[in-house]
Design a protein around this ligand. Structure first.
Ligand SMILES: [Zn+2]
Ligand SMILES: [Zn+2]
Length: 93
């Protein structure tokens, strides 16, 4: 299975979501194990490999978000939480 967040091979997953994810106690060469945290953290919304559907891009075109991209996403999601913006459209992801 490919991890829903980093798109690399993983043999672990979330039992509740039935989604393949890396876990901190099962580090691998391709992941620091934080994928399970990112997947369940709504501030990471739109950035995980799984979210390719939201962006309308082929999954193969997904790349790990740079820190600046993640930080911009955090600002966007927090604005959404605060009601500053009414939607998080694919054009702003
Ligand atoms: Zn992963
Ligand atoms: Zn889960």
């Amino acid at each position: 299975m490919n991890c829903a967040v980093c798109n690399n091979l993983t043999f672990t997953g979330c039992d509740i979501c039935s989604v393949a994810l890396h876990f901190p106690n099962r580090r691998s060469e391709t992941s620091d194990g934080n994928c399970v945290t990112y997947y369940h953290d709504h501030l990471y919304f739109g950035l995980a490999a799984y979210d390719y559907k939201l962006r309308g891009l082929p999954k193969k075109d997904w790349v790990e978000p740079a820190p600046a991209i993640f930080n911009a996403n955090v600002v966007l999601i927090k604005e959404y939480d605060a009601g500053v913006v009414s939607s998080v459209s694919s054009s702003t992801l």
